[in-house]
Design a protein around this ligand. Sequence first.
Ligand code: HEM
Length: 403
Amino acid sequence: MVHVTDSAEIEEILKSSSFIQVASRVGHSQLIPGALSTLDGLEHSQRRRIESKLFRPDRIEYYRQAALLPSMAAAMDELRSLKDASGVVRTDLVPLTWRMAQAIPAVLAGIDGAGDAAGAATLTTYVKDIAAAVTIGWQVGDHEEILRRGLEARAALRRDFFDSSVARRRNLLAEVRAGRRAAGDVPRDLISLLLQNLRPDEDAGTILAETMMFLMASITTTAGAFPHFIVRLLDWMADHPEYRPELVNQDFIQRAVNESLRFFVASPARLREAREDCLLASTGRRVTAGAKFALWFVPANMEAATFGPDALEFNPLREDGRNRPWGLAFGAGPHSCIGRTVITGFPRRTADGGSAHVYGTMTTLALHLFEAGLEIDPDSPPRLTSSTFYDEYVSLPVTLTAL
Ligand code: HEM
């Protein structure tokens, strides 16, 4: 395995057609065969073009309004009922984040029945087990058992959510074809899109694989990144108390989210294999066909040449690297994160010709929690996971003092 930490070389490999994906072959072939992240070349670009419709700016605003804000409001109502005698709520940010992180992906994918607390909890349990099995190479422990649990979770997700969601959309599409319904009655989500665009050689198994991949790629990353962001930002605030009023300023929070993502990796290392001999222009490295590469994003995201002399530190006020403040957090090239703007938001023209920002999921979650007086609970230490090579919290006790 060749280990690469130079950002220019990583980017060149990610963008080059001389390299293919080789992440956890066992997990991919058993759980998500044929999903977007496992494809390369023409097949990948054709599928990606179809699915990019899900990420148009109007759709992202829709997911935020129709899925994220109502879920957030329901969760805050439930938390309010947990106030102790002094008006403080004690809760764990990790399960709370998992619940919130699934709101947009479930609607975007077209999974019915996950809107309430019970449905969300069941869906996220399945997604966790599926994700562990798909990324088996990064898991600690008995791999056969992890795969078995993943396959069981896939069957349960199919039984409890997927089959009925597909059936409802198939019926709606049939009614549209028969002229009994308007096309606008069909939800504009991943399942509907694939039902309408499947090639003859693709089947329901492909839709299941794609749905699972989208759910895990979006939920596990957001749920993993958010607690780290909160810890980094509140640590920084302890040394910069004059900025505390900014905790309820969405522009500031979005900048802090972007900066924190520089330190976060969606996978410990990205793996690629050369499919032909080639020469890397960025470093002059000669590569032979079959060579395997581990691409380490965190050191690449710490380069002082891009992010300034204090690149190793979290600094939400950073001016260096503003054109891509998250560095390589969302990858680069054909497989780069299709859902990035769900997290980073995007600038938008306003009716009066000005510009405004549509904020991402992590910013919206943080804003609501900071408005509710979020602090890390000084009496209950956080815990990091030991069951995987991912850098993840399993528990982050917090208090809400202003709910
Ligand atoms: C903090 C949040 C997130 C991070 C850090 C992240 C990171 C990444 C990275 C690094 C890749 C590239 C993988 C590679 O090149 O091997 C990727 C791909 C992907 N991401 Fe994200 N992601 C996040 C959130 C999301 C969300 C919210 C969605 C969907 C709603 C999403 C959907 C996907 C999909 C479908 C792919 C595969 C794209 C392809 O293979 O063409 N991600 N993500």
